[in-house]
Design a protein around this ligand. Structure first.
Ligand SMILES: [Zn+2]
Length: 384
């Protein structure tokens, strides 16, 4: 206790310094009447942080890093939520050390944040601290799994263009990652970012499909991206030339996701918006689907109740829990997960639009919006 008392004056001084710095930083943003001051004889040079990054370190913390600015004595780290008017001062970091700050959040509830780092100039007579660059971040981590790998899914060539599910969903996945990160500040972990997959030191066929789901450990959500194929082709049609009427999206949930209203909301948004987009593009002819309800997710293949609109969200039980390995894996590590089958690639009209580059950006946008809208997140790209 005595030790604390001894240190008390120093602590008070440090606190007062920080509060004064924060007050100055906030006052810079304010405009109001004041005394008329003589013009300065020396024009001050503005110094500012030009690059700042923010990334989720855990559900309860976000790490802010920036590039050092010349002539800085210190940095003021500021934060605000997208709807907030003013910036909140988080702390002061002395120059000369590491240019990083760990923001410990008040809550682990998913939330978007904006971060700014301003400069405190060493020589205040010659330099003035300008507003720093802004970075967006959220305490949300999504694992994106572009299904398969090169050679593990079939291919079909039409008009000289080859459709491979593994290539198409990689294109969707990389776009989805970029949209989630750049537009919404959501952090993404990818199971693969090129034609092969390497998880836990195992490459391609060495690993089990379940490993993709296990890789999502610690994430808030797992999304596996696919396009569908009919296991038993409709009679009279060749395997790769199925009739248009079979085409629709399907979202398959893992067991724990079935009772999670927020994840079911994401699945509904993805499924319904994909169906509407496919219908609008003329590659699907059945638009009348309804939303699924958490706690009452139908098993794959269940017929809808009489009079009820069919739903696009389902789950499938296997001998060892979830039927699909990726969903079994994510469920085993406590991460709610889903497979999104965007459309049937065994329908020629779908493949043609995919090969023309129409579908990957559209599907990535729909998937990203499904996640962001369910969490109530907004587009932050205008701020950064
Ligand atoms: Zn697939």
């Amino acid at each position: 206790m005595k030790k604390v008392l001894k240190k008390l004056p120093a602590l008070i001084l440090a606190l007062a310094a920080l509060l004064s710095v924060c007050a100055t930083a906030l006052a810079d943003d304010m405009v109001g009447p004041g005394p008329v001051l003589p013009l300065p004889t020396v024009k001050k040079t503005a110094v500012a942080v030009t690059q700042v990054e923010a990334a989720r370190e855990s559900a309860g913390s976000i790490r802010v890093t920036w590039t050092a600015a010349p002539e800085a004595a210190g940095y003021i780290v500021l934060r605000k939520a997208p709807g907030d008017k003013g910036w909140r001062c988080l702390g002061l970091v002395n120059a000369g050390g590491e240019t990083t700050f760990l923001d410990t959040l008040d809550s682990t509830a998913p939330q978007q944040y904006l971060y700014r780092v301003d400069v405190l100039p060493a020589d205040r007579d010659r330099y003035v601290g300008g507003e720093g660059a802004v970075a967006a971040a959220a305490n949300l981590l999504v694992c994106v799994d572009p299904g398969h790998y090169l050679g593990s899914s079939g291919a079909c060539t039409d008009d000289g263009k080859t459709y491979r599910e593994c290539e198409f969903v990689l294109d969707v996945g990389l776009r989805l990652r970029d949209i989630l990160e750049n537009r919404y500040g959501i952090q993404v972990r990818m199971t693969r970012e090129n034609e092969k997959i390497e998880l836990f030191g195992l490459v391609n066929g060495q690993s089990e499909v379940e490993d993709r789901g296990l890789f999502s450990q610690g994430c808030d959500l797992f999304i596996s991206l696919h396009t569908n194929a009919k296991a038993n082709p409709v009679q009279g049609y060749a395997a790769w030339y199925q009739p248009l009427y079979i085409n629709k999206p399907t979202v398959i949930l893992n067991t724990m996701a079935c009772s999670d209203p927020l994840v079911v909301d994401i699945a509904n948004r993805a499924g319904l918006n994909l169906a509407a987009a496919n219908y609008r593009l003329g590659i699907e002819n059945q638009p009348n689907f309804g939303p699924a309800t958490a706690g009452a997710i139908p098993h794959m293949g269940d017929k809808p109740k009489p009079g009820a609109a069919p739903v696009l969200v389902c789950w499938r039980k296997g001998n060892r829990g979830d039927y699909y390995g990726v969903l079994r894996g994510s469920n085993a590590v406590g991460v709610p997960g889903m497979i999104i089958e965007h459309a049937y690639h065994t329908v020629l009209a779908m493949r043609k639009l995919a090969n023309d580059g129409v579908l990957a950006p559209l599907y990535a946008d729909i998937d990203a919006r499904a996640v962001a809208d369910a969490y109530g997140f907004v587009d932050l790209s205008a701020y950064t």
